[in-house]
Design a protein. Structure first.
Length: 126
């Protein structure tokens, strides 16, 4: 059953080494290692994985590709900023950030980009 299957998030990257360094050093994800097909895997939450795969032309997603559920979004933002992660700020109708955080119904969210331009998110249930 798929409800029990661990999920792997696949992220295309132009520069695998640059992306690996970001996910390991800045986000603090634990590396699993390289695969024969060229992917590089990191441990995700609850048995999932994040797989970076080389794609020379890259991609341009206009949406969040990975969102990390955290217990204290303000603390996580502070820790990631200390590691050089730059958070996005928005001021659109229905979407305004204050100190990088937007309240959306029953959650708080904050977005940042990885080295390849993928949108990543932290979210906290409130």
């Amino acid at each position: 059953m798929l409800t029990k299957a661990p999920v792997t998030t696949m992220l295309p990257v132009k520069d695998l080494n640059r992306a690996r360094e970001f996910y390991e050093k800045r986000l603090g994800l634990k590396p699993i290692g390289a695969r024969q097909d060229g992917k590089f895997l990191f441990v995700g939450g609850n048995g999932g994985t994040i797989a970076l795969f080389p794609k020379p032309e890259g991609t341009k997603a206009e949406h969040t590709v990975v969102s990390f559920l955290v217990k204290d979004i303000a603390r996580e933002i502070k820790e990631l900023e200390q590691k050089g992660v730059v958070f996005e700020d928005y001021d659109f109708p229905g979407l305004k950030t204050v100190n990088h955080v937007c309240v959306l119904g029953s959650e708080k969210a904050a977005w940042f980009k990885d080295t390849e331009g993928n949108y990543l998110c932290l979210h906290e249930d409130i």
